[in-house]
Design a protein around this ligand. Structure first.
Ligand code: URA
Length: 187
């Protein structure tokens, strides 16, 4: 655990000071991943929004509140999981991150996955699906588990995509419950 803390702090400092893409010029704060370093589930979103950029913390706005609610309903606290994003700095006006920004930033996510070594990585939404697994089509892949390079991934919707769609919100809650049960049964 001491080693994990040391490695995590190293990545955190690198993210906070990252000069590697153009987003470093417009950000207020880079947003490193956060959570339990021994988490069984690591969640990956798209990129920080306005609130996250302001405080340097991931998923603290409306989407984060939904994720927190879904976790709580599934019987797990936010403090017991690890939450991060594909891209660590807010794209201006919350646009989808550019390919070069994603490609540059993925090194940090890869390090986070390596350090935390979760039982499963939960992909939240289309940008993470495309960036991490090079797959398109949430409609096809949500609710599915895929293993790549010995890492297990579970795919579900981004909480922000469910805000104005109650059916999708229900599905999101159901799938979060499913992935939480999956890791609790196997660990
Ligand atoms: N949406 C994301 O994808 N990540 C955040 O941190 C906040 C909102």
């Amino acid at each position: 655990m001491i080693n994990k803390v040391k490695l995590y702090n190293g990545v955190k400092i690198d993210v906070i000071n990252c000069p590697l893409c153009k987003l470093c010029h417009s950000r207020n704060n880079a947003v490193p991943g956060r959570g339990n370093l021994d988490a069984k589930i690591l969640f990956v979103g798209e990129a920080p929004g306005k609130n996250e950029d302001k405080l340097g913390l991931p998923f603290i706005g409306f989407a984060g509140k939904l994720l927190g609610e879904a976790l709580k309903k599934s019987g797990i606290e936010r403090d017991n999981v690890y939450i991060t994003n594909v891209v660590k700095c807010r794209p201006p006006n919350n646009r989808i991150p550019d390919k070069d920004e994603i490609d540059t930033c993925l090194q940090y996510l890869n390090k986070e996955i390596q350090i935390i070594s979760p039982a499963i990585v939960c992909i939240l939404g289309a940008t993470a699906l495309q960036s991490v697994l090079n797959l398109k089509n949430m409609g096809l892949y949500h609710g599915k588990t895929i293993t790549r390079n010995n890492i297990k991934y579970y795919i579900t919707y981004h909480p922000a995509a469910t805000i104005y769609n109650n059916d999708l919100k229900e599905l999101f809650f159901k799938e979060i419950n499913l992935v939480v049960n999956m890791v609790q049964e196997n660990c």
